[in-house]
Ligand binder design. Structure first.
Ligand code: KE4
Length: 427
């Protein structure tokens, strides 16, 4: 049987650089042929050959209620027949902003955009405009989208290609970006001792997901809140991935930290292009046209995307949604760990809410260096062996994985049984 994925990949490469519209999809770091998805439903995707997979990518965390959830599809259909985009305000945008602010109390004002990159790029500009300072701090291994100031030792994509900073980004721009080691309290204190009052803001993945899942330690996040408070720097929690994913209220609700700004995406669009930035009113009031920090977007608050997001936010607030999601994800992490251990394979897996990390390493990574020391070849072998047995994880050792509400205990058990066979082969 001809491999449609291969045929499509060759054709795609004739018109789209590397045949994909986002680098990680090209399988560059794991090798092999990307699967071209023909359709998705619940916990499954089907590729161009009609092959079905249990999907643990979920559009990188977006698909928390399951692919093509009938209520979300219906909400999109209903919105679409009323018009796809107006370039004018709608009531639904107020409703979703109020809903997000109810779920994330640190958000006093919020603006919708179309991607996580836009959200973080604007949050950085806001921090600079609000403080009048230029320096920003990010952490090694964290990825916040592809705006110039943040493509410095980015984690997702670039780290996967072992390219710690992007070509085309002017050095005189990135000189304002201080990159610190993740979870390194001493380095953080030192940076603020040295530059404190020059720092406009700090942006953090509060639970990293772009160097695989790496939890920020309580001491690290508490110190970060203290030094930003003391120095008048804006603390930005980038919850594009963790928001509504690790808990309903995101990582900030688990940390008990109130950031000044929060960026969100993925889940809030329910699969459609929708993201947001929000936080303290006094900071958000600096955004155009109220204040001097410019930001705009033709499709910002798009009515069809908002409809998908609103329905998704309704579903995830139903009773026991997170209890079930966390239990399923924990079942997967614990089951895979037990399967590897019984096969004598060095492997562990961690989970927080509906997000998990798989590590071919003796223990959970706490730093970028820990993650870089993990056995990437072991991951590649596991990734392809599982894919050949119709289980799809993210095609990179540096990406977190995602469980949806559609992943039943039986599907998790099925995944673990398949992994037992794979680990046995890997010995
Ligand atoms: P987007 O511009 O891709 O919507 O969001 C950028 C972004 C910002 N902040 C965090 C914490 C993120 O995880 C992301 C995007 N995440 C990647 C997954 N590692 C998106 C997948 C991709 O790049 O294709």
């Amino acid at each position: 049987m001809s491999n449609q994925n291969e045929t499509l990949f060759e054709r795609a490469k004739q018109i789209i650089p590397a045949g994909v519209n986002s680098p990680v999809r090209a399988f560059g770091s794991v090798g092999g042929i990307p699967r071209f998805i023909a359709k998705a439903q619940g916990a499954h995707v089907w590729d161009a050959n009609g092959t079905q997979y249990i999907d643990y990518v979920g559009s990188w965390g977006t698909g928390i209620v399951g692919h093509a959830h009938p209520e979300v599809v219906e909400a999109v259909r209903e919105a679409a027949v009323g018009g796809l985009s107006f370039g004018a305000p709608t009531e639904a945008e107020i409703v979703i902003a109020e809903e997000i602010a109810k779920i994330v109390p640190s958000v006093e004002r919020l603006r919708l955009v179309s991607s996580g990159t836009e959200a973080t790029m604007t949050a950085i500009r806001l921090a600079r405009g609000y403080t009048g300072r230029d320096k920003i701090v990010k952490f090694e291994g964290c990825y916040h989208g592809h705006s110039d100031s943040l493509l410095v030792k980015a984690g997702s994509g670039l780290l996967t290609f072992g390219n710690p900073s992007s070509a085309g980004v002017p050095a005189d721009l990135t000189q304002h970006t201080i990159v610190l080691p993740y979870n390194d309290v001493a380095a953080l204190k030192q940076a603020f001792d040295e530059f404190g009052t020059q720092i406009a803001g700090v942006i953090l993945e509060p639970i990293a997901g772009n160097m695989n899942l790496v939890r920020a330690t309580p001491e690290f996040v508490q110190t970060l809140r203290q030094v930003t408070e003391q120095n008048g720097a804006v603390l930005i929690y980038d919850e594009v991935m963790t928001g509504f994913r690790v808990a309903l209220g995101g990582a900030q609700s688990l940390h008990g930290i109130t950031p000044d700004l929060t960026t969100m995406g993925k889940v809030i669009g329910g699969g459609m292009p929708l993201a947001a930035f929000g936080g303290k009113k006094e900071i958000m009031d600096c955004i155009s046209p109220l204040g001097g920090v410019y930001q705009a977007g033709t499709l910002s608050g798009n009515p069809v995307a908002v409809a998908a997001g609103l329905k998704t936010l309704e579903i995830i607030q139903r009773p026991n949604f997170y209890e079930n999601l966390s239990a399923r994800t924990q079942q997967l992490a614990q089951g895979l760990t037990a399967a590897a251990q019984s096969a004598g394979i060095e492997f562990c897996a961690d989970s927080v809410g509906g997000m998990f990390g798989l590590y071919f390493a003796p223990q959970f990574p706490q730093t970028y260096a820990d993650m870089m020391a993990s056995n990437v070849d072991g991951f590649k072998q596991f990734f392809h062996a599982m894919l050949d047995k119709n289980v799809a994880f993210g095609p990179s050792a540096y990406e977190a994985g995602f469980v949806s509400a559609a992943h039943t205990p039986e599907l998790i058990d099925e995944t673990i049984e398949i992994a037992k066979q794979v680990f046995a082969q890997m010995k």
